[in-house]
Ligand binder design. Structure first.
Ligand code: PSU
Ligand code: MN
Length: 302
């Protein structure tokens, strides 16, 4: 039988030589960002990691095969409007294998695959979490359960602010997920710097690496979530943000959207309603997280 998970040569070598490796997800460019910007952002993130002395490991599903360390050609294929690409969470991996589909992996599926092959650090834009109204819909992202059970370190700009951030932080607390604010004691709010929620702060990539080491030394199996706020100059005006979000939610509710199409729908609505402002913020936040991810991966191997 062939390998269930393919790891690229460069990623395998880097891991064997204990060089810094940072995993990147693919849902962010298959379902989160608009084309053709998406592929440019994905490739730029990889280059940013190389320039910072880390090896990029973009994770995705190619013809049903979970792949850690997509080639440039594979990134282009997954990000291309012509190919049919599904959003792949953990539970979608077997179905994608059966149907041999291409897939963009979510935070949950990326964390699972990256940890499985021995990667300790992962950078993304915004995490999934508890949806607003989840008390009746039960809609909470599989990212939550993944972060509760996969010992990886994830750098994000917080939980996507279209979600119920306080409820998500409550779930993290319940499930034992380690949460830290990078140079802030306020958990970041993805499109905005401050979600209004309080967290413990850390001040350096070495602090983040030390948290992951302490977690491992204790044998804890949960993720370390490092919340890294987007630059002040790039955040969405909080008032605009809240106004547009009310509309986005109303439209989503009106269209009866459920399941995994809800998050992409909300993000897309926010992008359109702000004339692309949130798109720029999303990209800026992602770049900041990639930079911090590289620094943490370096600290982890030194
Ligand atoms: N961050 C972004 N854009 C995205 C996502 C994250 O900047 O599109 C994706 C992530 O892959 C995350 C997923 O895991 O949205 C959450 O989707 P859901 O709520 O259906 O679990
Ligand atoms: Mn959902």
């Amino acid at each position: 039988m062939s390998e269930p998970i393919v790891v690229s040569g460069p990623v395998r070598e880097a891991l064997a030589e204990r060089r810094p490796v940072v995993a990147l997800e693919s849902t962010i460019f298959t379902h989160g960002l608009t084309r053709p910007r998406n592929v440019a952002v994905a490739l730029a993130a990889e280059q940013q990691l190389r320039d910072a002395g880390a090896v990029p490991a973009t994770v995705g599903v190619v013809d049903g095969v979970p792949t850690v360390g997509l080639s440039e050609e594979q990134i282009v294929t997954l990000g291309d409007a012509e190919s049919e690409v599904v959003k792949v969470g953990i539970r979608d991996l077997p179905m994608a294998a059966l149907k041999r589909t291409h897939g963009g992996t979510t935070v949950a599926a990326t964390a699972f695959l990256a940890h499985h092959v021995g990667i300790g650090v992962f950078a993304t834009g915004g995490l999934g979490g508890v949806h607003r109204g989840a008390a009746t819909t039960f809609d909470e992202s599989a990212d939550i359960v993944a972060l509760a059970s996969i010992p990886i370190l994830v750098v994000s700009a917080g939980v996507k602010s279209v979600l119920d951030v306080p409820a998500t932080l409550e779930r993290f607390e319940t499930l034992g997920v380690v949460v830290a604010g990078y140079r802030t004691a306020r958990f970041p709010g993805f499109y905005v710097r401050d979600s209004g929620c309080v967290v413990d702060d850390i001040t350096s990539p070495e602090d983040a690496a030390a948290l992951a080491r302490a977690r491992d030394a204790l044998g804890l199996r949960s993720a370390v979530v490092v919340g890294n706020p987007v630059d002040a100059s790039a955040q969405v005006d909080p008032e605009l943000h809240d106004r547009v979000l009310v509309e986005a939610e109303r439209e989503a509710a009106g269209s009866g959207l459920r399941g995994k199409s809800l998050t992409p729908f909300l993000l897309e609505h926010m992008h359109r309603a702000t004339d692309g402002r949130t798109l720029e913020t999303n990209i800026a936040a992602y770049q900041g997280n990639v930079a911090l991810g590289a620094a943490i991966a370096r600290a982890l191997v030194s």
